[in-house]
Design a protein around this ligand. Structure first.
Ligand SMILES: Cc1ncc(COP(=O)(O)O)c(C=O)c1O
Length: 313
């Protein structure tokens, strides 16, 4: 689906028109993928709108930048304020928010030091990322996730998404909605843009970050909610075949939210229906995000968007 444009984009401290947020083709980022970014959702609430886990996302942006020796000229508070400002200026909620820090136009050598750092924050309406109400049909990818000490998987960097594109394109070409990547040792890692959870005999498993998985904010939310519900959840490496014999499997991610999986490589997960534990976690997650359950973990940042301009997700 083409991007739905809004009016303004935040750029280095100023709100500029959407169509002026352009880059020169010789910018460092275009040639070498030198960017770090975030994906955040702002949800509709009964009495307004709120951004889900804003400080955690912006802290991850700062962490991603630190890994790549990018000195961001903004504090955590300033970055969070930028997100609120752009949403309120555009008056568009619910929405998806895309902050990005990149190496701009300067030098063309691989060393990035002579290229200026530019920070942008855009927001726009974005609905379901994986279309699959009764569960998604996915595959195990022939592409592995990034090997340790090659591309840092804990940095949410633009360049990592070349790997994600290979996984996602292969899945779609073969008629699946998403691909699950194994790590360099053949253990389950994550989806092209989601973390993964497996339920077997009432216990929830998810790969640890050492299996080249991104430190997902939704993953952390699921871990927190599961423990709060009194469920047993273990961060543990596991082999591909556990996916096939699991009772329940689901993805977590800002774009995909909590997304049940119905089949993997055409093998039906459990009885093919959305599982009880997946349902319980999804109910808590969407309940808090949509303001229908108390925000007991302090995950919501309210934004002041005129309800009349709220667009459906
Ligand atoms: C590769 C990858 N893994 C996991 C996730 C889930 O992370 P989060 O829950 O922070 O969106 C994403 C999405 O950002 C991703 O791109």
């Amino acid at each position: 689906m083409p991007i739905q444009t809004t009016s303004k984009i935040w750029h280095n401290g100023n709100l500029i028109p959407w169509e002026d947020a352009t880059l020169h083709v010789m910018s460092h980022v275009i040639h070498y993928g030198s960017s770090v970014f975030e994906g955040i959702r702002c949800y509709a609430q009964p009495h307004g709108s709120a951004v889900f886990r804003l400080p955690e996302h912006m802290q991850r942006l700062i962490d991603s930048a630190k890994i790549y020796r990018m000195e961001l000229p903004y504090t955590l508070d300033e970055l969070c304020a930028a997100v609120v400002d752009v949403i309120e200026a555009n008056g568009v909620a619910p929405c998806y928010i895309r902050p990005i820090a990149l190496r701009g136009y300067g030098e063309i050598g691989v060393s990035p030091k002579g290229s200026p750092i530019e920070v942008y924050v855009a927001n726009f309406p974005w609905g379901k990322y994986i279309d699959g109400k009764g569960g998604a049909d996915v595959c195990v990818s022939s592409w592995n996730r990034l090997a340790p000490n090659t591309m840092p998987a804990l940095a949410k960097a633009g360049a990592n998404y070349m790997n994600s594109q290979l996984i996602r394109m292969e899945a779609e070409i073969n008629g699946y909605q998403e691909g699950i990547a194994l790590d360099v040792n053949g253990l389950v890692s994550e989806g092209s843009g989601e973390n993964i959870f497996v339920v077997r005999n009432g216990v929830i498993y998810t790969p640890p970050l050492a299996n080249s998985a991104l430190s997902g904010i939704t993953r952390d939310s699921v871990l927190t909610l599961a423990r709060h519900l009194g469920l047993t959840v273990i961060e543990q490496a596991f082999p591909r075949e556990l996916l096939y014999i699991a009772d329940e499997v689901f993805f977590s991610g800002t774009a995909a939210e909590v997304q049940p999986i119905r089949t993997i490589d055409r093998i039906v997960v459990g009885d093919g229906k959305v599982g009880e534990i997946t349902k319980k976690i999804a109910d808590e997650f969407f309940g808090i995000a949509n303001g229908l359950k108390p925000d007991k973990f302090g995950w919501l940042t309210p934004v002041n968007v005129n309800a009349a301009e709220t667009v459906p997700a």
